[in-house]
Design a protein around this ligand. Structure first.
Ligand SMILES: [Zn+2]
Length: 286
């Protein structure tokens, strides 16, 4: 049976603003509306950062709580993934929202360069974030900006720092980090399957114009796909993406061309071994 493709929508991120693309959702209410539209278009995971009113990144747990409540209400069953990425705060502030028990959270397990700075993930902070996720029952998504991050995740899994089999996301195309490179991409897949098992789920994200290439590669190779305005603001060279949902629909089309069904939230939760959330009507009799 063909594995359904899980589509993750990264709605906001830390960097893009309305000056870049007016469709970037900034306020929590805009984020909920954009998520609902993307959910209805086929996304089953929402990856979220939160922002201040002036569009700068925030790590305010109250904003995350309001976003979670709204998504649970308007997108029942959707998998909620919070970012613990480094642009939104420093040190342990990056994990302050984990006590809200989202289904998932991103976890970077090593450092690398970003376009204008070092993306710092010191070992003690990585250990602390992983421990918080364990304590609160949050499943990590490992952000692999480099091959070493996949092997580090494996070590952490063996050491019991990660409860479930890691869900690894390959991030390619961040300036000064791993470029979009097909041979590396294939080796990433081989490495995940060697370390975590031949049926281990993985996903991929490409930045900017490369988003579509990574979507194509991941869907065709049996992986899962991330899209959204966090990573890419355009449909093509000449047009801005009108919404997160428009980018999701682009992945749905790629799935159709590759004979991959799009995963429902129920299928996505099963594939990732996620617990039922407060918002999972699946567990009630239909
Ligand atoms: Zn993010």
């Amino acid at each position: 049976m063909t594995t359904p493709c899980i589509i993750c929508v990264a709605i906001t991120g830390s960097l893009p603003t309305k000056a870049h693309n007016p469709a970037v959702p900034i306020s929590v209410s805009e984020q909920i509306e954009s998520t609902q539209e993307a959910f209805e278009a086929g996304a089953s995971i929402v990856h979220a950062h939160v922002r201040n009113p002036d569009e700068t990144p925030s790590s305010d747990p109250d904003k995350f709580a309001a976003l979670k409540e709204g998504v649970e209400k308007h997108c029942p069953g959707m998998i909620i993934q919070f970012s613990t990425g480094g642009r939104s705060g420093a040190g342990q502030a990056r994990g302050a929202m984990l006590r809200l028990r989202p289904d998932m959270a991103s976890l970077s397990v090593g450092s690398n360069n970003f376009p204008t700075r070092v993306y710092e993930n010191p070992p003690d902070l990585v250990d602390w974030l992983a421990a918080q996720m364990l304590a609160h029952g949050v499943t990590p998504e490992i952000e692999a900006f480099d091959l070493s991050h996949i092997l580090k995740a494996h070590q952490m899994w063996q050491a019991g720092q990660i409860a479930a089999r890691p869900y690894v996301q390959f991030v390619m195309g961040v300036k000064n980090a791993m470029p979009v490179d097909r041979a590396v991409f294939d080796f990433y897949i081989q490495t995940v399957q060697r370390l975590f098992g031949p049926d281990a789920p993985w996903c991929a994200a490409g930045i900017g114009a490369q988003q579509i290439a990574l979507n194509e590669w991941a869907v065709a190779a049996g992986g899962h796909a991330r899209t959204g305005l966090e990573d890419n603001l355009r449909l093509d060279r000449n047009s801005l993406a009108p919404s997160n949902a428009a980018l999701v629909r682009r992945v749905v089309e790629i799935c159709a061309r590759n004979a991959r069904p799009v995963a429902s939230w129920q299928e996505a939760r099963a594939l990732l071994g996620l617990r039922a959330g407060a918002n999972t009507p699946a567990l009630q009799p239909v």
